[in-house]
Unconditional design. Structure first.
Length: 115
């Protein structure tokens, strides 16, 4: 698995807050906020709060799913993108990410990147 380079990651809080002010596309678990990039390439920011995914292993798995879809996306224009987990996961499974929810999140992310 390849890593995103530092220039492909939104790191500054000003950049992330600028993108979050834009109108987002909200799915069941994940929300996508995009804005025109100030750089010459697409950049990705992730907001996976502990409030919505208690276990670190679950937060990291969600981040890996999103990063992989971002890396594989071919038709992505030059944008700044912030992906935010806006709904809690694992409400029926003691706050743990289970396979059905993981598949739902993966499907939502792939649909966004391939539209």
């Amino acid at each position: 698995m390849e890593k995103l380079t530092k220039i492909q990651i939104l790191q500054k809080s000003e950049d992330i807050s600028r993108v979050l002010k834009s109108r987002g596309v909200i799915k069941k678990h994940v929300a996508f906020y995009k804005s025109d990039s100030l750089e010459d390439l697409s950049r990705l920011g992730l907001a996976i709060p502990k409030k919505n995914a208690k276990r670190a292993i679950d937060r990291n798995r969600i981040k890996r799913i999103i990063r992989e879809a971002f890396r594989k996306s071919k038709n992505l224009s030059v944008i700044d993108l912030v992906v935010k987990l806006h709904a809690p996961i694992g409400l029926k499974t003691k706050r743990r990410l289970r396979e059905p929810e993981r598949r739902i999140i993966q499907k939502q992310v792939q649909e966004f990147f391939h539209d």
